[in-house]
Design a binder for this molecule. Structure first.
Ligand code: ADP
Length: 468
């Protein structure tokens, strides 16, 4: 059963071409038939004009002279081999016949009857003789100077040979037509296959991709629009595979991030539970860790919630006029201990400047935490993390520089992408920079990163200053 593109091609193209070819064959056959039959009639008519001119010169009443002249002409005519010439007197009796045989009185002569009664004195008949032979016959009345009919000349030509020629011509047209249709079918089948097969291939591969096989790739057969489609689907499968891997990495990173503080909290809670009331120092240390790790856990969950709001375009900023440097001080106050414990130097020249910014206090603090947390995380022991504040035109720039591992040039353009982690071995969910970038953008600012492997990284947060 023919279906789909093949069916449409058969209906739209093949049917139209077959119809055109059939129409062309019919027209050509008709033209050839008309051409040959009218040529024969023209020849017979021309001869009859010549002969009637000769006969019209004889007076009709000199019967013997007229009859012998007619017979002479008929019997000596060079055309008598190819056509039959007959002279008929005004009473319908045959005076002379080029065949030399007695005239066949059974033979119909409708052309003679018609010519006799017509004003033009000429008539044509195409028909079959009693013998079955097809002929063209013309009759021309011969008139005297007074315009009276004195006799008629009748020319008959067999059409058998001409019918054979016409039949051969029609056969040639039919063969050529069938060859054209055959060629169209072959080239059309090839063309349709060149579309249907790759499309089938694409459908199967797309099905595999939709079932989760992101390694599925389509073999590109042609370098055309379908080839471009194959490339796009292959790229899509690769991108989906990468996104899927990122998603899995993200789940495992987040699980890991959540497990670390939970383990610490659970460990200290169990210690206190099993040992009864501990001494004050141990109790304080345990509680301190439980509170710190719970705060970290809350931070992670907050970050995840913010990220999900960002994905759904539902992040709402509670904007107010605030001193951005005061918020930065608060974050640095929290970070100082951590830097000290990790043996890293956190350098910041606190300034008395007041930098008013219209923004969401908690979200901007989240940005500072993410950027400084990264700087500390990717900087080894004894490394330096420096924070500088620059005011420029209507902007305040907070520049965080570290002497850490740096980011490879290939990874640098992607670090702000969600879930992207250049360094898989270091803890982190891969959403910190994406979130920070989005928050800064929502405040009308920019977040730029410059980095070099082994040199360190500089992150510049630029925010517009509030106008008075
Ligand atoms: P993560 O939670 O993994 O740190 P981020 O979105 O904050 O996610 O950062 C994305 C990636 O950018 C990190 O995995 C890390 O490879 C790289 N990166 C970010 N900040 C720094 C930095 N200061 N030094 C080196 N690499 C960094």
């Amino acid at each position: 059963m023919v279906k789909g593109i093949t069916k449409r091609w058969v209906l739209n193209t093949l049917c139209a071409i077959v119809a055109i070819v059939v129409f062309a064959i019919v027209c050509l056959s008709f033209a050839v038939h008309t051409y040959f039959y009218s040529s024969v009639e023209q020849i017979l008519s021309g001869r009859s004009v010549e002969f009637s001119k000769i006969l019209s010169k004889f007076p009709s009443d000199s019967a013997s002279g007229f009859t012998s002249a007619a017979r002479d002409y008929v019997e000596t005519s060079s055309e008598r081999e190819s056509m039959e010439i007959t002279v008929i007197d005004r009473n319908g009796n045959i005076l002379a016949n080029s065949t030399g045989f007695a005239p066949d009185t059974e033979s119909p002569m409708p052309d003679y009857e018609e010519a006799k009664n017509s004003t033009s004195g000429y008539a044509k008949w195409v028909g079959r003789l009693p013998s079955g032979e097809k002929v063209t016959a013309i009759t021309r009345m011969v008139k005297n100077s007074d315009g009276e009919n004195i006799c008629a000349v009748r020319y008959i030509s067999s059409m058998s040979d001409i019918d054979i020629v016409i039949f051969c011509a029609v056969a040639v047209f039919v063969i050529v037509g069938m060859l054209i249709i055959g060629l169209v079918i072959i080239s059309g089948t090839y063309f349709v296959r060149s579309i249907v097969n790759p499309v089938r291939n694409i459908t199967e591969t797309a099905k595999k991709i939709s079932e989760g096989d992101f390694n599925a790739q389509i073999d590109k057969m042609y370098d055309d629009e379908i080839g471009d489609l194959c490339d796009s689907i292959n790229d899509m499968a690769t991108a989906l595979g990468a996104a899927d891997r990122m998603k899995n990495d993200f789940i495992s990173s987040v699980s890991h991030e959540l497990r670390t503080p939970l383990t610490a909290i659970k460990g200290w809670a169990e210690t206190m539970q099993s040992c009864g009331v501990p001494d004050k120092e141990t109790f304080d240390k345990g509680m301190d860790i439980i509170v710190k790790e719970s705060t970290r856990l809350t931070g992670i969950v907050e970050e995840l919630l913010d990220f999900s709001r960002m994905q759904n375009n539902q992040m709402i900023l509670m904007k107010e006029k605030l001193d951005i440097l005061a918020e930065l001080d608060e974050v640095l106050y929290m970070m100082r201990d951590r830097a000290h414990n990790e043996g890293k130097h956190l350098l910041y020249d606190q300034s008395d400047m007041i930098a008013p910014v219209m923004g969401d206090k908690n979200k901007l603090k989240q940005v500072f935490i993410n950027i400084i947390d990264n700087a500390l995380k990717y900087t080894p022991k004894e490394g330096v993390v420096g924070i500088q504040v620059i005011t420029e035109d209507e902007l305040i720039k907070i520049v965080v520089t570290d002497t850490g591992c740096g980011i490879a040039p290939d990874d640098l353009p992607r670090v702000k992408d969600k879930f992207f982690k250049a360094n898989q071995s270091v803890r982190g969910s891969g959403i910190g920079l994406a979130l920070a970038d989005e928050i800064v953008a929502l405040h009308g600012g920019t977040l730029d990163i410059e980095s070099g492997i082994g040199v360190g990284t500089t992150v510049t947060i630029a925010l517009p200053l509030a106008k008075d």
